[in-house]
Design a protein around this ligand. Structure first.
Ligand code: KIV
Length: 257
């Protein structure tokens, strides 16, 4: 709860830094620099090469979060509830409680607007901290993702969705693939922080998939910026290892028992 309060206090004061992690080692490296770490169901495509996040299971999310938890001490740890795990209030409560109990995460994230308001209200009433997710909703998309907020009807709906989930009790929400002036309106109208991904600088914070940011994936998504080239670092290290094994330089005396 203290970590959530700290996140809320950043609204209109300083940008909120969020990233994904799927394992302990990455979580440990990024934790010092992030306010929030999300175990995103994007792990389905990033790690398992699935063509949809719909194939991600509750157990996959639990096992990855257990690993991430071991690397996180400072940031707020949020877990995506996968597809078909929060269709009814009872199903959502049972599954969220299971995730929290088994992983010791701080909060869970659900995709959707007005339609999932009864679920959000129920979870919040039962003291489960909920983060929302609007804009592109990967769990609801079959096929290509489409940027949101160009059509007036779509804009009106998203403004209503944002208001509705805030009133239902989410402590923050992600805006994914949202037109910049719409992000501005929603962020201005909300008392809680908005976290953008492909939704412009108008959001209160930003999130990226860490594997994209470090250049581990070969992402072609427009909103992804590669801030590093970890593939090259890995390649260089492996080439060096290979060379030294072949030339009998490794293992040298120093590495022997
Ligand atoms: O699954 C995920 O990684 C996400 C972020 C991209 C926001 O939902």
């Amino acid at each position: 709860m203290k970590k959530i309060r700290k996140l809320l206090e950043k609204k209109n004061k300083s940008k909120i830094i969020c990233l994904t992690a799927y394992s302990k080692n990455i979580a440990e490296v990024i934790d010092k620099f992030t306010d929030l770490i999300l175990v995103g169901d994007s792990l389905g495509s990033v790690l398992y090469n699935y063509n949809s996040t719909r194939k991600v299971t509750l157990n996959m999310m639990i096992e990855h979060t257990k690993s991430v938890r071991k690397g996180v001490s400072k940031s707020l740890l949020v877990v995506d509830m996968p597809y078909n795990t929060y269709r009814t209030r009872n199903e959502a409560l049972k599954n969220c409680r299971k995730v929290i109990k088994e992983t010791n995460c701080d909060a869970i994230k659900l995709e959707g607007g007005i339609k999932i308001v009864p679920i959000i209200k129920h979870l919040v009433q039962k003291k489960i901290p909920v983060m929302g997710h609007l804009g592109i909703l990967p769990q609801s998309v079959k096929g290509k993702f489409k940027f949101k907020g160009k059509k007036p009807k779509e804009r009106d709906q998203m403004i209503k969705d944002a208001k509705a989930i805030e009133q239902a009790g989410v402590f923050s929400f992600v805006l994914e693939g949202v037109e910049k002036t719409l992000s501005k309106i929603i962020t201005k109208n909300s008392k809680i922080p908005t976290i953008g991904i492909g939704a412009s600088e108008n959001c209160d914070g930003q999130i990226l998939v860490t594997d994209d940011l470090i250049g581990l994936t070969k992402s072609k998504i427009k909103f992804v910026k590669e801030f590093g080239n970890i593939r090259k670092t890995i390649r260089d290290a492996v080439k060096k290892y290979r060379r030294e094994v072949k030339s009998l330089k490794f293992p040298s005396k120093k590495y022997l028992y």
